[in-house]
Design a protein around this ligand. Structure first.
Ligand SMILES: *[C@@H]1O[C@H](CO)[C@@H](O)[C@H](O)[C@H]1NC(C)=O
Length: 345
């Protein structure tokens, strides 16, 4: 507000109230998007994909890497972008400020006048699988943020974690980062708190259900439970998605400054086939329809009611170069652009 056109003191308290409540509404508006994964040898060309997204009212996309043809196709589309770096670039980004500068010059600067970048994300699910590379996540975020700022841009830089970084995740209030993840997550969360930037997390009730269908009810996983299957102190959980998100909030709260850090659900989804328990078109439709509606309802979660929580569905397409079986069946669309099932965005 540094170049404010009007002194607040000259506005009547009544107008001020309307003004402030408008700002609040804008700030709290949830956003739903889709992950544009490209691990397929039969996917349509990017310009066709972007036209298709516009036609389907998909206004926000997440990219796993700065694919030049996709970024070009996004020009003027009005679609916002979360732009990721490859995991193999995390270490060079963290150790070499010039690499970060070149990354921004190559992948971001040519597009900033025609594409809205919401976040730049360093790596995808680097930890807990690769703790050695994980050491470079925060330096990479710092180098990229410095390069972004030096280029005169203001795009927040963050990273994407899986819920595998949690050591304890149930009940949600007892959640903590694992012993191996905490030394990496702690400083990252302090960085995000200082920048007022959210952490991105991939949330998959499907895997919790499919791996343990005896203890996790399908209704709880699909948002169709009629009474709360989980009660945690004063909070009742009607769906597993909220319980997982709140477990991440709880773990963050136990880290210095973490109570103020927000979350974006960078991936969530349900497979329509592939053989795993619960993988079916009916369940995928139910889950994705309900998670999008849940996001649009602005409900937040039991722990953070009404708090902004953007949600990105995984994924746009069934991808035939992912591991065989269930992993190839998370798409909303077949590669020929026919829908696998219908979800409104
Ligand atoms: C699109 O692909 C799916 C899956 O291969 C197939 O079932 C469907 O018939 C195709 N639709 C068209 C219009 O080709």
């Amino acid at each position: 507000m540094e170049d404010s056109c009007c002194q607040l003191s000259t506005i009547s308290p009544f107008l001020l109230l309307i003004f402030l409540s408008t700002i609040t509404t804008l700030a709290e508006a949830q956003l739903t998007g889709v992950n544009y994964g490209m691990n397929g040898d039969n996917l349509p060309p990017p310009d066709q994909v972007i036209s298709h997204c516009k036609f389907k009212n998909i206004k926000n996309l997440r990219l796993f890497d700065p694919n030049p043809a996709v970024l070009q196709a996004l020009h003027g589309s009005g679609i916002t972008v979360i732009l990721g770096t490859l995991n193999q670039d995390v270490q060079p980004l963290g150790t070499d400020a010039n690499f970060a500068k070149t990354w921004v010059a190559t992948n971001v600067l040519p597009h900033t006048t025609s594409v809205t970048f919401r976040y730049i994300t360093v790596g995808n699910e680097v930890i807990p699988g690769d703790i050695a590379t994980g050491q470079f996540l925060l330096p990479a975020m710092q180098n990229l943020q410095t390069a972004i700022t030096a280029a005169g841009l203001s795009i927040p830089v963050t990273t994407v974690i899986p819920t595998g970084v949690l050591g304890v995740s149930f009940p949600p209030s007892q959640s903590v980062f694992s012993v191996t993840s905490l030394p990496i997550m702690g400083p990252i969360i302090s960085f995000l708190a200082a920048k007022e930037t959210p952490l991105l997390v991939n949330v998959y009730p499907f895997f919790a259900y499919s791996g343990n269908p005896k203890d996790v009810s399908l209704e709880y996983a699909l948002f169709t439970a009629t009474k709360p299957p989980v009660i945690d102190g004063k909070l009742s959980y009607m769906n597993l998605f909220d319980a997982i998100v709140d477990a991440v909030y709880s773990a963050m709260e136990k880290v210095e400054g973490g109570g103020a850090v927000g979350l974006v659900v960078s991936e969530t989804g349900w497979p329509s086939g592939g053989g795993a328990v619960g993988a079916s078109v009916e369940n995928a439709l139910m889950y994705n329809k309900n998670v999008v509606a849940h996001s649009k309802s602005n409900a937040g979660t039991p722990k953070r009611p009404g708090k902004e929580l953007d949600v990105y569905v995984f994924a746009l397409f069934n991808e035939d170069q992912k591991p065989a079986g269930t992993e190839q069946n998370f798409g909303l669309f077949y590669p020929n652009l026919t829908q696998v099932y219908h979800v409104d965005f």
